[in-house]
Design a protein around this ligand. Sequence first.
Ligand code: CA
Length: 228
Amino acid sequence: MLAADPGPARVLVVEDEPRLAALLADYLRAAGHEPECVADGAVALEAYAARRHDLVLLDLMLPGLDGLSVCRRLREASAVPIVMLTARADEADRLAGLELGADDYIAKNPFSPREVVARVKAVLRRARAPARPPATLHIDEAAWAAHWQGRALELTPNEFRLLRTLASRPGRVFERAQLLEQLHGDGRAVTERAVDSHVKNLRRKLEAAGAGSERIRAVYGVGYAYEA
Ligand code: CA
């Protein structure tokens, strides 16, 4: 099933490289959005406070107030979707952004404005989705059993361990390496690829039980999060 197009949005683009900001604005406009570009973190906070945009596209490296500080300040007052742009390949930066409440991040190297527009759309779709009925995942650690709305999920021990970990902190992104620690290899060497394979099976079983296909969210290049 294709999710509905989330429609146009007023996007605050916080980017201090003028050419990049102009390029992003062009692509966003072509996709039907209404971009406003600012080149500075403090100005971004003022602009957001005044005009409450639908989404913030936030560069990590900014003069003055940096992107992580802007992210933290926005989150103190608002649940506005935030997509971070980062030139650094350093995963610690990406994770810091996600832990501060950014909804997604995009690496600027290599930079693809098309991908930015696609991610903006995906984040808006999540933010604008009608509230789902409360999810009732029940995990019985003693019995090694998991139920979705009363229906038993027939999980392998590794799938159970992954679900238990992910569901322990809904919304938090777990790195593949952290999830890998949960897997037992039965004597075989397990790789981060195994995490993807178990998550794929786990998603299929959750979907079959009626939990939807996006209950476990992939964060590209980082890992997975369970969405309550
Ligand atoms: Ca920058």
